[in-house]
Every structure is written in structure tokens, then in C-alpha cells.
Design a protein around this ligand. Structure first.
Ligand SMILES: Cc1cc2nc3c(=O)[nH]c(=O)nc-3n(C[C@H](O)[C@H](O)[C@H](O)COP(=O)(O)OP(=O)(O)OC[C@H]3O[C@@H](n4cnc5c(N)ncnc54)[C@H](O)[C@@H]3O)c2cc1C
Length: 498
């Protein structure tokens, strides 16, 4: 059989683009990446995303991307903002909701990601052996360590070797970070001053810099971070890594990129090898299903679309009955408060520092681990500065003599100083927990169709008690940290994932 390509890679996110770039170093291969998005990969495109975001009325995690033509056919999932916009595409019968966002454009979610890149710990891969919980992975930290090193070099990770070599038992690093860490924000150093050395349940709090795929100095043809503080949803300078880097490198090595094509199914030949990729090109007037062939097909469409596509492809089979099962997320909450003194957020990336000591320990026998981040973005989505301004303008002044509600109108110097007094002290501490594998947390096919007459994925999720305990524990630790800081805190965690 004559094939159109040696390799077709479905999905031009970071997984697909790294795969294409690596394969393209073998000069004789004819490679195609096929993606449903149609955006460009250059600086003009970045500027356009930035200006769309600048004028967006709803500054959601995905506001630069939702107006793209592709979003009609490849619906982006917005897990953030006040209004969850998750079920425009996902079908979720419950009992809990899967709330992770994703960006279905060329380059995928890395356009919008935060770029934090801490590695797994050795014990994360052997929970059963160490804590009698869940299952061990069939691979160990030793197996993946060299690949971490390679990925950090490719993405350009900034980090502090002294802090991160063996940050927790066994988490060694065989190579140095490609660049020094991103300078820790003024605010997180103020927090560090107050809480470093605090003992919580036998753990000593240590505030460290977060490794991140963001240039701390010029690297790989991209500038150092310019501190715009808009990493989610878009880095204006390109200092934060996104998959456009390796898509452009792959293209320069001869890889073809076919855009605006939603892959609808894959087909295996008689020998069981997958050779046919079916797709619909939404840029054509009479949209019809077409196909291309390859010796090897790589499916790199991430956690939801990969099982959805597989299950939509009858010839691929599912003998193990494992396709789409054990869907996991990192459940996250955050606690917000006012720091006693100004921390001057919004200068630098949205988070530069973290607390890692709760990522491992005997408590994992009954409660999930978590890592904590110290925000540098005020109260994040809970109260962006514009909301602080609105709140002050409409301040509740109680009731007048006739019992009528009074709102105050502040202006001039008083407005200025009250705004400054508040916005400069906003502090957010987040915690992201692990979630255990559960075969019933899964992606299957729903009965509902999308704009392309393709089935929408059904996502069934129930959060286990182990994860709920981790969220409760994270909250209790965050409260104790705020107690030490002695700030006025808001005690209800926000954006609960349950
Ligand atoms: C707001 C946000 C913050 C994040 N922060 C972090 C962080 O700090 N650290 C971290 O490690 N991770 C973070 N993530 C997650 C991280 O970005 C993703 O795990 C990662 O980008 C996934 O890469 P991928 O290539 O596997 O998939 P994706 O990026 O989802 O790419 C999949 C590609 O496949 C294409 N595609 C999908 N279906 C089809 C189809 N049927 N036909 C054709 N093309 C298709 C899509 O258009 C896309 O280009 C964050 C994500 C978001 C959204």
C-alpha cells in the first residue's frame, strides 16, 4: 500500500509538536501534523491574541481564543471565571464535575498554561508500595528522569538547583536547570519572611522558587520574562514556552501542518495497524469527510479527545476496556487574604514561589498530597483590580434613617488611596491536590452531537474521599499560614472543584 505520509500526528499541542520535531531529525521521514485549529504561529498572531484579550469584557482564562472561527467546530473548555462554561461541549451526568480547561487551537493549551513545571516525586509513581494506596506505575522516577532533563532543556525551564535537587527524598536531578530561577516576587519574599520555619504537623514550612517553562534570561531565541503578569491566558513576549516553538522548529525541518481539520475517526487495517485518519475540513464550503494515510499514526489530542476519538473508531477495538478510564485532574482551591503590608502584586509572573513539603509523607496513607503556590496576581479571578474598584465605588454604607440602603460614591484622593491600600495587599495561596485513579471516572461517548454532527464526550467523575481530605487538609494548612501572617483572610476557599 502507498501511504500519503510516513507519520501523521493528530494534534499540534506540546505533545504532538515535540513528537513531530523529534521525528523530523530523521531527515527521510514525511511527516504531517493535523489540527482542528487555524491560528498562525508567529508574533502577529500573538499580538492579535493579546489585543483580543485586552478588549474582552469577560476576562476568562480563554478570552483570547473563544472568538476564533475554529471555536465553532472545536469548542474550547473554560474551567475558570465566575460562570463555568464547561458543558457547551462536555456532557457531564455527575455526580461531580470535571472542570479542567483546554484550548483547542494549533499549539493547544500551552498558549494559556501557567507554565509551572515541577517534576513528579519518586513516591508519586509507587503509591501502592509506599503507602498502600491506589496502584504503582509500571515505570519509576529513575526511568523518566533523563526525559525530564530533556524536556526541561527543550521547553527552557528556569529553576534553582540548590532548592530543587532532592527537594524531597529521592527527587534527584541529573542535570542543572537550563536557566536560573525566575526572580521570586516581592510579595512571596514578604510571605517567606513571615512563615519560613513555621512548624505544621511536623513539617517545616519552606518557601522555594517554582521551576517554570519561562525564560529568566534570553534562551532559545526568545526573550526573558518581561513581567506582564498575564501568563494565563497569554504571554505577550513569548518568554513563556508554548508549543508554537516546536511547531515552528518542526516546520523548518520539513514537517507539514494541516490546519482547520477536525479528525473524526481513525481506522486500522487488517493487520491491526492504524493507517487511516479521517477528518472534516471546516474551511471548505461543502464540508465532507476525507482521509489521509500513514505508516504510523500518533494520537496526541490530550485527555478527553484522545479517548473520544479512539472510542469513535470502531476498528481500533478496546479489548482491555481501559480506554477513557481512570481520568484524573488536579483538584485545586485557594484561600485569599489581605497581607498586613503592601505585597505589590502583578509585577512578574502570576506565581513565582511555592511550598512543597506537603507533597509527600506518611499522611498519604489516608489523604492526598498537595503543593501550595503563593500567588503574585492579587486575588486572581476572585477579585481582579477592576472588581476592587467597582466594590469601592459601590461601597455598602449601611441604611439611612428611613431604612433605605446607602451606597457610597468615592472619588478623588480618597478613592485613589483606598484602592491602593487594598490592591497592593491582596494575597492568594492556592493548593493543588492529587486525585486517585478510579476506573469509573471516565470518558465515553454521549448521545449528543456537536456542530459537526460528531458525538460529544461524556465525562463521568466522582471525587474520592482521599482527594476531599487533601482539599480539607490544604485549607487547614493555608488557614494556619494566614494565622501566622496575621492578615485578614477570607476563610472560604474559592473555586472549589467539587
Ligand atoms: C489555564 C491552564 C493552565 C495550565 N497550567 C499548567 C501548568 O502550570 N503546568 C502544567 O504542567 N500544565 C498546565 N496546564 C495543562 C497543560 O497546558 C496541558 O496538560 C498540555 O498543554 C497538554 O498538551 P497536549 O499536547 O497533550 O494537549 P493539548 O494542548 O490539548 O493539544 C491537543 C491538540 O490537539 C488538537 N485536537 C484535539 N482534538 C482534535 C481533533 N479531533 N482533530 C484535530 N485536532 C485535534 C487541539 O487543537 C490541540 O492543538 C494548564 C492548562 C490550562 C488550560
Amino acid at each position: 500500500m502507498d501511504f500519503n505520509y510516513d507519520v501523521i500526528i493528530v494534534g499540534g499541542g506540546v505533545a504532538g509538536s515535540l513528537c513531530a520535531w523529534k521525528l523530523s531529525q530523521q531527515k527521510n521521514l514525511k511527516i504531517l501534523i493535523i489540527d482542528e485549529g487555524a491560528n498562525e504561529l508567529d508574533e502577529n498572531q500573538r499580538k492579535e491574541f493579546v489585543s483580543t484579550f485586552a478588549v474582552a469584557t469577560n476576562k476568562s482564562q480563554l478570552s483570547p481564543y473563544t472568538k476564533l472561527e475554529s471555536n465553532k467546530y472545536a469548542v474550547n473548555q473554560d474551567g475558570g471565571g465566575d460562570k463555568f462554561n464547561l458543558n457547551r461541549y462536555y456532557v457531564q451526568p455527575g455526580p461531580d464535575l470535571f472542570k479542567s480547561a483546554g484550548v483547542r487551537i494549533v499549539g493547544g493549551s500551552t498558549w494559556a498554561w501557567r507554565g509551572n513545571t515541577p517534576r513528579f516525586l519518586p513516591n508519586d509513581l509507587k503509591l501502592k508500595t509506599t503507602y498502600n494506596v491506589a496502584e504503582d506505575w509500571p515505570i519509576s522516577y529513575d526511568d523518566i528522569e533523563p526525559y525530564y532533563a530533556e524536556a526541561e532543556r527543550e521547553l527552557g525551564v528556569s529553576g534553582n538547583d540548590e532548592e530543587w535537587d532532592n527537594i524531597l527524598p529521592g527527587a534527584y536531578r541529573s542535570v542543572k536547570f537550563p536557566m536560573p530561577n525566575i526572580v521570586q516576587s516581592y510579595g512571596s519574599l514578604q510571605v517567606k519572611d513571615k512563615i519560613e520555619g513555621l512548624e505544621i504537623d511536623g513539617k517545616t514550612i519552606k518557601v522555594v522558587s517554582t521551576p517554570q517553562a519561562r525564560n529568566s534570561q534570553a534562551y532559545d531565541g526568545r526573550s526573558a520574562c518581561q513581567g506582564n503578569s498575564s501568563c494565563i491566558p497569554i504571554c505577550p513576549s513569548g518568554a513563556k514556552y508554548d508549543a508554537s516553538v516546536h511547531l515552528n522548529k518542526a516546520k523548518a525541518n520539513g514537517v507539514e501542518l494541516k490546519t482547520s481539520c477536525v479528525v473524526t475517526k481513525l481506522e486500522a487495517g487488517a493487520n491491526g495497524n492504524v493507517n487511516q485518519v479521517f477528518f472534516k475540513d471546516w474551511s471548505t464550503t461543502a464540508i465532507k469527510e476525507q482521509f489521509l494515510t500513514a505508516k504510523i499514526v500518533v494520537l496526541a489530542t490530550h485527555g478527553i479527545e484522545t479517548p473520544k476519538l479512539w472510542l469513535s473508531s470502531p476498528t481500533l477495538g478496546n479489548k482491555s476496556d481501559q480506554v477513557g478510564r481512570n481520568l484524573m485532574d488536579h483538584l485545586a482551591e485557594e484561600v485569599t487574604g489581605l497581607f498586613p503590608d503592601p505585597v505589590f502584586p502583578f509585577r512578574g509572573p502570576q506565581s513565582t514561589s511555592s511550598i512543597e513539603v506537603f507533597r509527600d509523607g506518611d499522611f498519604r496513607k489516608f489523604c492526598g498530597a498537595f503543593r501550595m503556590t503563593i500567588g503574585n496576581d492579587g486575588w486572581g479571578r476572585r477579585e481582579p483590580p477592576i472588581k476592587s474598584l467597582e466594590n469601592l465605588l459601590l461601597e455598602d454604607l449601611g441604611v439611612d434613617d428611613s431604612g433605605k440602603k446607602k451606597t457610597g460614591i468615592l472619588f478623588g484622593k480618597e478613592l485613589q488611596s483606598r484602592l491602593e491600600e487594598r490592591v497592593t495587599r491582596l494575597l492568594r495561596i492556592g493548593y493543588s491536590t492529587e486525585m486517585l485513579p478510579n476506573k469509573d471516572n471516565r470518558v465515553t461517548l454521549s448521545d449528543e452531537k456537536d456542530a459537526f454532527d460528531l458525538v460529544r464526550p461524556k465525562i463521568t467523575v466522582k471525587i474520592d474521599d482521599y482527594s476531599k481530605k487533601a482539599l480539607a487538609y490544604g485549607y487547614s494548612v493555608a488557614k494556619r499560614i494566614f494565622d501566622r501572617i496575621e492578615g485578614n483572610r477570607e476563610v472560604e476557599p474559592i473555586a472549589p472543584t467539587l
